[in-house]
Design a protein around this ligand. Structure first.
Ligand code: ADP
Ligand code: ASP
Ligand code: MG
Length: 405
């Protein structure tokens, strides 16, 4: 008998039929003697649809009210799934984040989990229930409803698994696991059987949406092993582990792409100390997550600074730029939303410096222009034109021989 935490993403609970199928699988699992805790996301694209609704009301939705709105998505799924399980003569009970005591900080729309009081989960399990918990949501110590950022149901699952010391934490989705590239872009991408949390963290941070970055980070910090797998099969998926493996580390393990960034270029700023500090200080004050930065060589004491930010931070980034534009003596600034970040990730890159030139050569041979570059010890990322992204992923996947045998 095992204590199992299992999470189903939006596409796996998109319709009532999907929910009934998941219910069936959960009841079968329960009948094997396992205790089962389920985390679910909002049905299909309903989080996006709720965001569109807010968009029709205002350009600047209040962050607290946005959380009130978005948490309704998951609340629909938990209730429907509980009904579907009960219909199969199995006890089930649903809980919101507030009810399970998922306490977060007060950063609306991207709250961090501080503590979980999983008492009601344990009691419900003892009473023979399958326990269903709404993903993506929490509550502050003063009772305000929060959400954990897009993809946050993954984090809920990991955090619950850690809180109740579960034996297994399955993250079920619409693909068979973590692949060497998005399998919906690269046809011959290969499923990875085991990946280190270090590499998975870099993949998630650079666009592999199959697992949210926060969830991988949380799992690493709390010693939770993630099993990312297909919602509707029993095939083994990908194990994400914090443990060191003896395996020889691949130089490049995966190629990722991220189309969620926008690039801002500030032209003709004075090249003197304090300019970057003022600009990036203003962006930090607006809570903007700046990703890549590049400053060009100055001509006649003037220079250009470019940086990328995620789309959800864009309006705050623009406000910050407008606020300091005169102070930093900028002539103009331009916004480019049609960019993509493309990255290669691999723990073996640490010891293989030649990889950089191989990546640039592969892109150059296809006529793909590189705009900005950033690196970590195990990742190399380039900003390119959005339209080149699918081609670039395929080219790099082939150049580093990641395809299936
Ligand atoms: P869920 O609704 O289950 O949370 P997501 O859409 O968040 O599902 O994540 C699954 C999707 O992640 C896949 O359909 C796939 O297109 C995408 N994806 C991107 N990169 C990868 C990768 N390297 N391996 C697997 N899937 C990936
Ligand atoms: N429903 C939320 C989202 O779409 C959380 C999640 O699915 O993980 O981002
Ligand atoms: Mg997801």
């Amino acid at each position: 008998m095992a204590l199992v935490v299992t999470k189903y993403g939006g596409s796996s609970v998109a319709t009532p039929d999907h929910i009934k199928k998941i219910a069936q699988r959960l009841v079968e699992r329960k009948h094997t003697g396992d205790d089962v805790v389920v985390i679910v996301s909002a049905m299909g694209n309903s989080t996006d649809e709720l965001l569109d609704l807010a968009d029709e009301i205002t350009d600047h939705p209040n962050e607290r009210e946005l959380d009130m709105l978005l948490t309704t998505g998951e609340q629909v799924t938990i209730a429907l799934l509980a009904m579907a399980i009960q219909d199969l003569d199995q006890k089930a009970i649903s809980f919101t984040g507030l009810q399970v005591g998922i306490v977060t900080d007060s950063a609306h729309n991207k709250a961090k989990i501080l503590a979980i009081d999983a008492d009601c989960v344990k009691k419900a399990l003892e009473n023979g229930h399958i326990v269903i918990i709404a993903g993506f949501q929490g509550v502050t110590s003063s009772g305000e409803i929060t959400t954990l950022g897009r993809g946050g149901s993954d984090t809920t699952a990991i955090a619950i698994a850690a809180a109740i010391a579960a034996d297994v934490c399955d993250i079920n989705t619409d693909v068979n696991g973590v692949y060497t590239a998005d399998p919906n872009v690269v046809e011959d991408a290969r499923k990875i059987d085991t990946i280190s949390s270090e590499e998975m963290l870099e993949m998630a941070a650079s666009g592999a949406g199959v697992l949210s970055m926060r969830s991988v980070e949380y799992a690493r910090n709390h010693g939770v092993t993630i099993h990312c797998r297909n919602s509707f099969t029993d095939e083994p998926g990908t194990i994400v582990t914090g443990e060191e493996t003896d395996m020889e580390q691949a130089i490049v393990s995966a190629v990722t792409h991220d189309t969620n960034d926008a690039k801002i270029t500030i032209r003709g700023v004075e090249d003197r100390p304090g300019i970057a500090a003022t600009l990036f200080g203003a962006l930090a004050d607006e809570n903007v997550n700046v990703d890549m930065v590049i400053q060009n060589i100055s001509e006649e004491g003037l220079t250009d600074i470019s940086f990328t930010v995620p789309h959800e931070d864009l309006s705050r980034a623009q406000a910050a730029v407008v606020a300091v534009k005169d102070e930093i003596g900028a002539r103009t600034w331009v916004l480019d939303e049609d960019v993509a970040k493309i990255s290669i990730i691999g723990a073996g890159m640490r010891t293989h410096p030649g990889v950089t030139s191989q990546m640039f050569r592969a892109l150059a041979d296809e006529g793909i222009n590189i705009d900005l570059i950033s690196t970590s010890p195990i990742r190399l990322s380039c900003i390119i034109a959005l339209e080149d992204a699918p081609k670039a992923v395929r080219v790099l996947h082939k150049a580093f021989e990641l395809e299936q045998e």
